[in-house]
Design a protein around this ligand. Structure first.
Ligand code: NAD
Length: 396
């Protein structure tokens, strides 16, 4: 099969196995070239196949030498469709990890369900004994609640009043005004049910009860705060409410984990191009401008650079991890620097469809988006036949 990108709105419905493999290899090479970290030995990554979760898994393995179990929800290829990029990434990650002699196994299924938690617990008990680090990096539009069986769908809306502002159709390079009506109470509650901390707490409580958490273990979940420009749609919107709940959950988990000197932490990460962030109004235009300004200053980072910093400078640094006054780890420190944000505030009102190429790094945004699906990679021949059927070694 010759695989080309097929863009539908803010998703791409195809993925390229060779390109995904290259993207994983680039991340592995990045961490290997930055030196070893005396990190955790046994790691569970929930949401391990793309974005920040994949970068965390790569860092734990190739900088820390850890054994990893990855949980994700991805699609295998069939006669008509390629697999999802996270499937190809995980196949490549496992193959590279095994070649280098590292333990890596994966579970593909709904992490919100009790059955996947039970499967993970059985695998941990059988192969690893106890876990030192749990990364919680799920981004999902829906959740079937494991007890009530209610189906919750998250929404990306403001709260209290309608939002009107600029957004972009990145592939048409059209800068448009959008008006987004505020969420109702049910939508807010549903978003908190999907993207808040309840499922994180269910994982930790269950594994603690099963006696599978090591003394002094850590668990980390990811959030975003961002500048004023994005607050109505992010920090002060429905997703922000869910993220507040995630932070409250960390505080509760710290209490629950005190008996094993465990720690629950929320890390604030930078805005990057992932399948999750592409779906948020306003954010892709903000990211395009952010990339332009940060690349000019030489401080631009993607997922892997930040996850390496998270492990190296924060979680497993010789000194106690630096936290802000609310207890967050701040990997968005470079994004939030005043000179960067001041330039963004000055340029934002001027952006139009006509000058978006010149004022922002829309090209960089689109390239990163294609790369998520294994396209626009160097060293891949996209006109060559490729077999879309790829196995993840540990998944039978
Ligand atoms: P992503 O879309 O790249 O990855 C999501 C992961 O979750 C994938 O591995 C996917 O398979 C998995 N997943 C989704 N639903 C699942 C389910 N039901 N069961 C099992 N696995 C499931 O997302 P991302 O952007 O890396 O986001 C990860 C976290 O980082 C989120 O909490 C997000 O809010 C946060 N974050 C993202 C950004 C950003 O700019 N992208 C910035 C800061 C924080």
């Amino acid at each position: 099969m010759i695989i080309q990108p097929k863009i539908r709105g803010f998703i791409c419905t195809t993925a390229h196995p060779e390109g995904c493999k290259q993207a994983v290899l680039e991340q592995i090479n990045y961490v290997k070239s930055h030196g070893a970290i005396a990190g955790p030995k046994n790691v569970l990554v929930i949401g391990a196949s793309t974005g920040y979760g994949l970068a965390s898994r790569i860092t734990a393995t190739f900088a820390g030498g850890a054994k990893t179990i990855g949980v994700f929800f991805e699609k295998e290829a069939d006669e008509k469709r390629t697999a999802s990029p996270g499937w190809y990434n995980s196949a490549a990650f496992e193959a590279f990890a095994h070649q280098a002699g590292y333990y890596a196994k994966s579970i593909n299924g709904d992490a919100f369900s009790q059955s996947i938690k039970t499967q993970a617990a059985e695998l941990i008990r059988r192969d690893l004994g106890k876990i030192d680090l749990i990364i919680y990096s799920l981004a999902s539009p829906r959740r079937v609640h494991p007890i009530s069986e209610n189906v919750f769908s998250s929404v990306l809306k403001p709260i209290g009043q309608a939002f009107s502002g600029k957004t972009i159709d990145a592939f048409r390079e059209e800068v448009k005004d959008v008006v987004i009506e505020p969420a109702n109470n049910d939508e807010i509650a549903a978003t908190v049910a999907v993207m808040g901390g309840e499922d994180w707490a269910m994982w930790i409580d269950f594994l603690l009860k099963e006696n599978l958490l090591a003394e002094g273990m850590k668990t980390v979940a990811y959030t975003y705060l961002g500048p004023q420009l994005t607050h109505a749609i992010y920090k002060e919107g429905t997703i922000g409410k869910a993220k507040e709940h995630l932070k409250l959950t960390a505080d509760q988990l710290n209490h629950a984990l005190s008996g094993i000197q465990g720690e629950a932490i929320v890390s604030v990460d930078k805005a990057v191009v992932t399948q999750a962030s592409a779906a948020i109004p306003v954010v892709p235009l903000y990211i395009s401008l952010l990339f332009k300004v940060m690349k000019e200053k030489g401080t631009h980072e993607g997922c892997i650079e930040q996850m390496y910093r998270l492990f190296h400078d924060h979680l497993y640094a010789a000194k106690p991890p630096l936290r802000d006054k609310e207890g967050y780890i701040r990997l968005d420190d470079l994004e939030m620097q005043e000179d960067i944000q001041q330039k963004i505030r000055a340029l934002w009102p001027r952006i139009t469809s006509e000058n978006v190429r010149e004022l922002t790094d829309i090209q960089g945004y689109c390239d990163d988006f294609y790369r998520l699906f294994g396209f626009a990679m160097k060293n891949v021949n996209y006109t060559a036949e490729v077999d879309p059927q790829v196995k993840i070694p540990s998944i039978k």
